[in-house]
Design a protein around this ligand. Structure first.
Ligand code: FES
Length: 102
């Protein structure tokens, strides 16, 4: 193996995992819609940030799970309404207005 070139400054993972067995999952909470909307908004704002789908990130009960790297910021219960706050954070570090934890 070798070190690869880093193509983006930040990587945002959105869990779009769907379970068909009735257990909680991010896809059942609208994560695919969050992924598509966030990807389009971030791409229009900053081409140095990549939004990608991920499999289960093991925070299923509080999905939609979103992880911002390299910030190591793990977010739960993310909805499309949170996208403006995420864009502000990514643009200039504006603190994200968190709700109380579940
Ligand atoms: S299904 Fe999204 S964190 Fe597990």
């Amino acid at each position: 193996m070798h070190l690869a070139e880093k193509p983006f400054q930040k990587l945002i993972l959105v869990c779009t995992n769907r379970r068909e067995d009735g257990r909680e999952c991010c896809a059942a909470k609208g994560s695919l819609e969050v992924y598509h909307a966030l990807k389009a908004a971030v791409k229009a704002m900053d081409p140095h940030i990549r939004v990608s789908q991920s499999g289960c990130l093991d925070n299923c009960a509080t999905g939609t799970t979103v992880v911002i790297m390299p910030d190591a910021l793990w977010l739960g219960a993310v909805t499309q309404e949170d996208i403006p706050a995420l864009l502000a954070y990514l643009r200039d570090g504006t603190p994200i207005p968190f709700s109380p934890s579940l």
